[in-house]
Ligand binder design. Sequence first.
Ligand code: GTP
Ligand code: MG
Length: 369
Amino acid sequence: HGTIQVGELAKEMGVKAADVIRKFMEMGTMVTINQSIDAETAAIVASEFGYEVEAATVEEEALLEYVPPSPEELKPRPPIVTVMGHVDHGKTTLLDAIRHTDVAAREAGGITQHIGAYKVRLPDGREITFIDTPGHEAFTSMRARGAQVTDLVILVVAADDGVMDQTREAIDHARAAGVPIVVAINKIDKPDANPERVKSELAELGLVPEDWGGETLMAEVSAKKRQGIEDLLELVLLQAEMLDLKAAPDRPARGRIIESRLDKGKGPVATVIVQEGTLREGDPFVAGMTFGRVRAMLNERGERLKEAPPATPVEVLGFEEVPQAGDDFIVMPDETAARRVAEYRQRKAREAEAAREARLSLERVFEKL
Ligand code: GTP
Ligand code: MG
């Protein structure tokens, strides 16, 4: 089977458990005698003692094995765009203008409380997926977990206010993530709007507009008056084209959890952004340390979807437990496999936690052994 206890491993090799534990420490890991380790790690440690153990693949790991798509499988997909910018510079209003809806007016206190994610279809059929974030936390925490979902950032800068702290932060985040920035200079309807000043402030930060000989695409818009929106979307699609975004639609879906909650009526629900493959009703899945089966999929308007191709955000019902934002979401062959992987991950997390707790008393454990 897939794991072995440290004590068992020592016994198999005919060495003292304390020596095995010490070896782990030398390798930078704290373990206890009763701790289960995976076969791969066991093989590495065993080789340190001169044993060549064939590393049996952990079955659960094998279930998660990922074969990247071949070039023939890849099809163009819509860009996933995150709107960032300083507080009150008009991110939500801009997305409203794009969607022709009115979320901002309905928000409590006018502050974005959660991530909204939706796919917009332009009159010519092209699509863009948007993510509206509260501040930068979602973006940052996901990047910290190595879970990048954004292809490009729309940086909203109010023309009457100019570059502010969170504008600079957003630029830093986008740069650290290697994500291109398209600038929306907003609120140009205001009497004190000064787009030229915004441009020079941005140029100082290295975002030089195209008409000044730079490379940064910028549009002047009024989200409120719905002016310049088509131009902005055109720039977004232009920038996206340069990225040549593709994904394989004809395989089991993989994606990321971008928000989650426990709904009184629906139970655990999460917004999943599909990054590869096509998600369908009935699909069994693992998500972080939980699992489930897609009972229903809804778009941001609450409409039921039968399938979700790459770059589609959907609210998924059918989780055992509430997953965490940033968790992966992987469709599995069947529910038994999904449950096994989730339980395997839970076990590993518990062991990691136990190892942390054991750390302080480890020195004493040593003396006893
Ligand atoms: P947070 O989510 O709190 O960070 O704010 P936000 O960036 O989403 O800003 P929001 O869209 O809530 O807009 C803030 C205020 O600016 C609201 O009162 C909007 O009506 C106003 N506003 C947004 N865009 C424009 C615009 O183009 N022109 C004018 N005059 N006002 C705008
Ligand atoms: Mg907002």
